[in-house]
Design a protein around this ligand. Structure first.
Ligand SMILES: *Cc1c(COP(=O)(O)O)cnc(C)c1O
Length: 375
């Protein structure tokens, strides 16, 4: 007897999401000193959390014995105010990945289907399978979502379409004109999810909230405190949608899915414009530097709108392992069907230069030391 025979059948081939390797794991496995390892593997904020968020969380710790306000009144109110929406347009998640899961709980049954772009964030596919739904992947010319082709791919089984903008791991962005055409074309019985985890890094952010404000019933925009806010460990993100869609999603939410500490940190971080600006500027400097270095090393890369860059290095897994031996953690892209590529998160300039120095040794012909030129 195997208990597998009684478990939901779709769980058998479910490949769990593989996150970036924690520093402590690498230190333990390779016998390295954790303080000498740098992690550029999970698109985290190299500046850390906002000092204001830290202060708010320390105060909130005193209330650790009290259950949180599961409804997240103050945080939802502040988010609504910031985006000129109502609190009823806002739902909080244990990370924005939980909001993606709410969509599954609310809309997906075995036999249903979701549509994604070919190299989109892999969580959508994993989540769909959890609910027994299939994933239709639409080709992505030059690694960018082809929204026209995605709309054209809708079938009677399609329940949701996911648009990661900018996309992780490709860093590509779709245009406002393409978004407008897409929303006009997708029927209202199909939920459109705009995953905007990196929206705050954009110089000219696209406007998807106009559809929520206009009362479009099937548009959900997700954002997170994990990236520009530097609060990935807290697990908090949010969704913005028409009140009725939020009401549907709220039914699927655990009563205390976000902690009071997370809510307090997120609220203070949301209002800390200085920290976000500093992060954006550091990211731009580091991303330019990395892209310049890749060019001078003769490596193909995808120009990025996020806080990470996808770069073609040959054997991605081998480069990942070799870098790890030298205390630099990045991501190989095997799970994305891109074995020749790696994804590196933009770090501090010190981290970026260390990464480039190590990469240079691995990919440059010995007679050439081109990384010196990209400074
Ligand atoms: C990091 C990321 C998320 C956010 O994850 P959290 O659960 O909020 O930490 C969502 N979507 C994409 C595309 C991401 O890269």
């Amino acid at each position: 007897m195997s208990i597998w025979n009684f478990a939901n059948p779709q769980l058998r081939d479910l490949v769990a999401y593989e996150p970036g390797k924690p520093v402590e794991d690498v230190a333990r496995e390779l016998g390295l000193d954790p303080s000498e390892i740098i992690k550029l593997a999970s698109n985290e904020n190299p500046l850390g959390p906002s000092p204001k968020a830290l202060e708010a969380m320390r105060a909130a710790l005193e209330k650790s014995h009290i259950y949180p306000d599961g409804g997240g009144y103050y945080l939802r109110e502040a988010i609504a105010q910031k985006f000129n929406l109502q609190r009823t347009n806002v739902i909080l998640g244990n990370g924005s990945s939980e909001i993606i899961e709410f969509v599954g709980h609310a809309f997906l049954q075995p036999g249903d289907e979701i549509i994604v772009s070919r190299h989109a964030f892999v969580i959508y596919k994993v989540m769909a399978q959890l609910f027994g739904a299939t994933t239709l992947e639409v080709e992505d010319p030059h690694f960018a979502h082809d929204l026209d082709a995605m709309a054209a791919a809708i079938t009677p089984r399609t329940k949701a379409i996911f648009v990661a903008n900018p996309n992780n791991p490709t860093g590509t962005l779709v245009s406002q004109a393409a978004i407008d055409r897409f929303v006009a074309r997708v029927p209202e019985n199909v939920v459109i999810v705009f995953d905007e985890a990196y929206q705050e890094f954009l110089d000219e952010p696209s406007d998807t909230l106009q559809f929520v404000r206009a009362g479009r019933p099937n548009v959900l925009v997700t954002r997170t405190f994990s990236k520009i806010q530097g609060l990935a460990n807290l697990r908090i993100g949010y969704g913005l949608a028409n009140a009725e869609l939020v009401e549907v999603l709220q039914k699927t939410r655990e009563p205390f899915n976000t902690s009071g500490i997370a809510q307090a940190g997120a609220l203070a971080g949301l209002l800390d414009e200085d920290h976000q600006r500093a992060t954006r500027e550091l990211n731009k400097e580091g991303r330019d530097y990395l892209q310049r270095c890749f060019a001078s090393l003769g490596l193909k890369y995808v120009p990025s709108f996020g806080n990470f860059v996808l770069v073609k290095v040959g054997d991605g897994r081998a480069i990942f392992q070799a870098l790890q031996q030298h205390g630099v953690i990045i991501r190989d892209m095997v799970a994305y069907g891109l074995p020749e590529w790696i994804r590196v998160t933009v770090g501090t300039m010190e981290e970026n230069t260390r990464f480039i120095r190590e990469l240079n040794h691995l990919v440059a012909p010995p007679q050439k030391q081109p990384a010196e030129k990209c400074h």
